[in-house]
Design a protein around this ligand. Structure first.
Ligand SMILES: *[C@@H]1O[C@H](CO)[C@@H](O)[C@H](O)[C@H]1NC(C)=O
Ligand SMILES: *[C@@H]1O[C@H](CO)[C@@H](O)[C@H](O)[C@H]1NC(C)=O
Ligand SMILES: *[C@@H]1O[C@H](CO)[C@@H](O)[C@H](O)[C@H]1NC(C)=O
Length: 308
C-alpha cells in the first residue's frame, strides 16, 4: 500500500502535469463541468457495488431501498449495503472511500508513469496493444483477489480503468454512433474487427475553427475504428491520419490538422465529451461485472465496503 507521502506526492505530480495530460483529466475538471477519470470511476464503482448489494439482499430476503442512479454517494451505498450497527458502518464508510480513492489514484498514476506509452491510452490506433494492457490487467486483478491481496487488486483495477476509459475519449467509437461499450476490449478471445488499417486515411483538415466534421465520411459509413495520433515532440504521423488534438499534440498541426479527442468539453470533439464519459462509465461497470463473475459476490464486495 502506498504511504501517505507517496499519495501526496502523486497528487502533486498529477496536478502539475494536468495541463499537458492527454486523457480525460485524472482528478480535477478544468472547467468544473467536464468528467474526470475520478468521476467516471466513482460513478461506475458506486453503481456496480449497489447492484451487487441489491442482489445479495434479495437472496438473503433483506430489504434494499436505494435507487441506483448517478446521485449515489459512498455514504448512501455504504449504508444501503451495510447490515451492521452505526459504529461499524461509520468506520466502513471511511474504508470504502479509501478503497475507491486507491482506485482513482492508481488510475491517475497511469498518466504519470505511462505518459508516453500509446497503448496505455489507445493513442496511435494501438487497439491490439491497448486490449492486451486491459487483458493482462484484468488477469492480475483476478489473481490478486484469489490471493486475497485486495490492496494490490485495487491498484491494478484503477490502472486498467484508465486505459479502458481512454478508449471512449480517444477513438471514434462515439462518432460511429455506438450506444454501448465495446465489449471486445475485455474479451481476449474475440477478434478486434473493422480496424482502419495503417494505409487507410481517417481524417481531413478541421476548418473554420471547429473540428466537427473532420472524420472522413467513408470511414464512418464503413464503420471503421480509428484513434488519434499524439506526440509531444514530433509532428510525424502516417498520411491522412487523425490526431489527438490540443496545443501539446504536435501531430495535430500537420495535415490533416485538428483532432478528435473528447477528454473535456473544450477538446477538439468536446461536444461529444458527455457521451464518451457516459460510455466510459458503462464500460467500467461491464469490466467490474466480469471481475465479479470470476471472483464471486462476497469477494467482489471486499473491494468496496468491507463486508462484516
Ligand atoms: C457549467 O454548466 C452550467 C450549466 O450548464 C453552466 O451554467 C456553467 O456556466 C458551466 N460552467 C463552466 C465553467 O463552463
Ligand atoms: C490542410 O491544412 C494545412 C495547414 O493549414 C494546409 O497546408 C493543407 O493544404 C490543407 N490540406 C487540404 C487538403 O486542404
Ligand atoms: C449506460 O447504461 C445504462 C443502464 O445500465 C443506460 O440507461 C444508459 O443509456 C447507458 N449509457 C450509455 C451512454 O450507453
Amino acid at each position: 500500500m502506498a504511504s501517505r507521502q507517496t499519495v501526496v506526492f502523486l497528487v502533486a505530480v498529477v496536478i502539475s502535469l494536468s495541463d499537458f495530460i492527454h486523457s480525460f483529466q485524472p482528478l480535477f475538471s478544468p472547467d468544473g463541468n467536464s468528467s474526470t477519470h475520478r468521476d467516471i470511476t466513482l460513478r461506475a464503482v458506486l453503481r456496480k457495488t449497489a447492484e451487487v448489494c441489491r442482489v445479495m439482499a434479495a437472496s438473503e430476503g433483506r430489504d434494499f431501498r436505494l435507487t441506483i442512479d448517478d446521485s449515489l454517494s459512498t455514504d448512501k451505498v455504504q449504508r444501503a449495503c451495510s447490515t451492521t450497527g452505526t459504529f461499524t458502518s461509520l468506520l466502513s464508510t471511511v474504508l470504502f472511500q479509501t478503497s475507491i480513492a486507491n482506485m482513482y489514484f492508481s488510475n491517475a498514476k497511469v498518466d504519470v508513469v505511462f505518459a508516453l506509452s500509446e497503448k496505455h491510452h489507445f493513442d496511435d490506433e494501438t487497439f491490439q496493444g491497448g486490449r492486451d494492457v486491459i487483458t493482462a490487467g484484468v488477469a492480475a486483478v483476478k489473481a490478486s483477489v484469489k490471493q486475497e491481496s485486495f490492496v494490490a487488486g485495487r491498484w491494478n483495477l484503477g490502472q486498467v480503468f484508465h486505459t479502458l476509459q481512454d478508449f471512449y475519449s480517444h477513438s471514434n467509437w462515439v462518432e460511429l454512433g455506438n450506444k454501448s461499450p465495446y465489449s471486445t476490449l475485455i474479451s481476449p478471445d474475440q477478434p478486434l474487427e473493422n480496424l482502419a488499417g495503417l494505409s487507410v486515411p481517417t481524417c481531413r483538415n478541421c476548418t473554420g475553427g471547429t473540428c466537427e466534421n473532420n472524420l472522413l465520411p467513408d470511414l464512418l459509413q464503413q464503420g471503421l475504428l480509428t484513434s488519434g495520433y499524439f506526440n509531444l515532440f514530433s509532428p510525424a504521423k502516417p498520411t491522412g491520419k487523425c490526431s489527438h488534438g490540443g496545443s501539446f499534440d504536435r501531430t495535430s498541426r500537420k495535415d490533416p490538422v485538428g483532432g478528435i479527442n473528447k477528454d473535456d468539453l473544450g477538446s477538439s470533439h468536446g461536444s461529444l465529451h458527455p457521451k464518451a464519459a457516459d460510455l466510459a462509465v458503462n464500460a467500467t461497470m461491464e469490466l467490474l461485472e466480469d471481475v465479479r463473475v470470476a471472483v464471486g459476490d462476497k469477494n467482489f464486495l471486499r473491494y468496496g465496503p468491507p463486508t462484516p
